[in-house]
Ligand binder design. Structure first.
Ligand code: AHR
Length: 619
């Protein structure tokens, strides 16, 4: 296959082409990227209800633990845990927490805190312990003069020796003497060092893995988790800010309670620290299994979005801008993109086009004319002027490949944001798209799935004038409790078990080789089984991206319109067989890099095996 790049008629690429879509799904937030190590820290609910449980806790010593709903820690956090000693002379009674299916105990500093109510004059013993043996990795005495009628915050720092595995607990105990009545506890919290050292920040290793593939934007907070299942549980920005004891949390859409410790400010700090363009998703008034807010009641929710934007962008002289300053961020953030709702062709239907999207868009545009407003579906009629429209696709490999040319023929009257896409199932005989109900899903993304994503992504890149941003979804999966597979990164409490999927490496390959102008390419064959696109860079180089989907090993030659370009580097991504996958401690994907020198005929040449994606970077 001979590919010749033209120096004319290119399209400028988008500076935010490869990015992140994040919502709390698969314990991607609580128990994932949010670095809090204590599960159920404030008894905010269970499953997707607000009913509290003692999940992750056990009594220690001669004590009984129970939920109490009559002694709220704060108006937001109504449920607390009571620890009642069985006898007045019991020593070292209390509780332990098993963390999010383990606690990673390393030779580093952990900062913790907990609130206590009840009469106690003594010390709490706080320990990081093995869950299997009596081994204690760190222990501290925390002095207390807790009183019956007020909640007292206790703080501590632990510096343990490293534990050999993550089957560990945080244990807090006290002597019954003088506190026979029992003590009440809530907001039991423990953080390891975080990404960029932020208080209440992100789990370092997971954030660093995301950072490594060089994403350029963050779409948040959903996804379905923005929407909520039923009233009043859509994501509410103002309930995710400020002190943790003022954040009520909510039953998330994905079957577990969200603490909202990872809230709006933390999302913005994540954007700051990873240099990501925020794409803020706002609620459009559709609950997933509940009612739809009617037109005459929308004004309240639109005003709420304007309040949120004032909080993020307003000067400190505005009411919400001043609130942001009080929370430690006097400098306004900049929001350039707002998406209205999520997949509203699915839930919203006709009302989205008819008045919902226009009402939100018009109000935001009046206040912030610079903003790009994104519709959550391409099925908007009439197509709104200047808006981007969000297209999602989860499917099978053959289907992705069949969509290679889709954007070539797309209506050019609006830019496209591919806000979510991923391979989810193997091909079925006869081809076609996914079967949702009860269909078999891949646990991890596979080689053939990744190649099909590459073909689809190359199709997007060729249409740089149209497709302005794209994100694989979902990005994170806690292997101990998840609702959706496959995902970009799978993990447990143990960083040694993190699996970077084959699709992760594809995102990395494409994101780190993103040209500034996509150029036309002429060839001596049609697309299929090879699919390609080429771009130039600002420093005089060129990239060829090419995938081989169910072909044979093929020699590819590549010519660029510049005699001074003589050196190249070929990076390939593949794996041993079509269903190879990367799972914990078993990375099968193969990433290779080698130099390619221009031949005497003026061409760069290399062999591209089947089920391989490659980037040739020449300069
Ligand atoms: O990414 C998982 C889910 O898929 C998202 O929450 C939703 O937008 C889509 O249907």
């Amino acid at each position: 296959v001979n590919l010749v790049v033209s120096s004319e008629y290119g399209n400028k690429t988008s500076p935010i082409m490869y990015g992140l879509m994040f919502e709390d799904i698969n314990h991607s937030g609580d128990g994932g990227l949010y670095a809090e190590l204590i599960r159920n820290r404030a008894f905010q609910g269970s499953g997707n209800t607000t009913n509290p449980t003692l999940a992750a806790y056990r009594a220690v010593g001669d004590a009984v633990i129970s939920i109490d709903t009559t002694n709220p820690l704060s108006p937001a956090l109504k449920n607390v845990m009571k620890v009642t000693p069985i006898s007045s002379d019991a020593t070292q009674v209390g509780f332990l927490n098993e963390g999010f299916w383990g606690i990673n105990v390393k030779d580093q500093e952990y900062t913790g805190s907990f609130y206590v109510k009840g009469q106690y004059n003594g010390a709490f013993i706080v320990s990081l312990k093995s869950n299997l043996t009596s081994k204690v990795y760190a222990q501290k005495k925390v002095r207390s003069a807790s009183k019956p009628d007020v909640w007292t915050k206790h703080e501590f720092v632990l510096h343990p020796e490293a534990a050999p595995n993550v089957n560990n607990t945080l244990q807090i105990t006290f002597n019954a003497n003088g506190s026979e009545e029992g003590l009440w506890f809530s907001m039991i919290s423990l953080f390891p060092p975080t990404y960029h050292g932020r208080k209440n920040g992100l789990r370092k290793d997971l954030a660093e893995n995301l950072e490594k593939f060089k994403p350029t934007f963050l779409r948040f907070p959903g996804g379905n988790n923005l929407q909520g299942d039923e009233p009043p549980y859509h994501w509410k920005w103002n309930e995710t800010i400020g002190p943790l004891i003022d954040r009520p949390g909510r039953p998330g859409t994905w079957g577990y309670e969200n603490t909202d410790g990872l809230g709006l400010v933390e999302y913005m700090e994540w954007c700051d620290d990873m240099n990501l363009e925020p794409i803020l998703d706002v609620w459009a008034g559709y609950y997933l299994s509940g009612p739809t807010i009617p037109q005459e009641e929308l004004e309240f929710y639109i005003q709420d979005v304007l309040n949120e934007l004032e909080f993020l962008m307003g000067s400190i002289d505005t009411p919400y801008g001043s609130l942001r300053a009080q929370l430690g961020h006097p400098k306004p953030w900049v929001i350039n993109y707002v998406e209205v709702g999520n997949e509203d062709d699915v839930g919203g239907g006709a009302s989205y086009s008819a008045y919902r999207f226009p009402m939100f868009r018009d109000a935001i545009k009046v206040a912030y004319p610079h903003m790009t407003i994104i519709g959550s579906t391409p099925k908007i009629d009439p197509i709104p002027d200047g808006a981007w429209l969000d297209y999602h696709r989860y499917t099978r490999p053959d289907d992705f490949v069949s969509l290679f040319g889709m954007f070539d023929n797309w209506n050019r009257s609006h830019p496209v944001f591919v806000g979510e896409y991923a391979y989810i199932q193997p091909n079925k005989p006869g081809g076609g798209g996914p079967e949702w109900g009860g269909a078999w899903r891949s646990p991890y993304t596979t080689l053939i799935g990744m190649i099909s994503e590459a073909v689809f992504a190359i199709g997007m890149e060729r249409n740089a004038d149209l497709v302005r941003a794209a994100a694989y979804a979902p990005i994170l999966q806690n292997l101990n409790s998840y609702q959706w597979s496959p995902d970009l990164i799978s993990f447990t409490a143990d960083p040694e078990e993190t699996a970077l999927s084959i699709s992760y490496y594809l995102q990395k390959l494409f994101s780190t080789h993103h040209g500034t102008t996509v150029l036309p390419v002429t060839s001596d064959v049609k697309f299929g089984p090879l699919y390609w696109s080429a771009s130039s860079t600002d420093d005089g180089g060129y990239y060829l991206k090419i995938a081989n989907y169910n072909g044979t090993t093929t020699t590819v030659t590549f010519e660029v319109p510049d005699d001074n370009v003589i050196k190249g580097k070929l990076t390939t991504l593949s794996a041993p067989s079509p269903f190879s996958e990367n799972s914990p401690k078993n990375e099968t994907s193969i990433w290779t890099e080698k130099d390619v020198i221009k031949g005497a005929d003026g061409k760069f040449a290399f062999d591209l095996p089947d089920l391989t994606v490659a980037v040739l970077a020449v300069k």
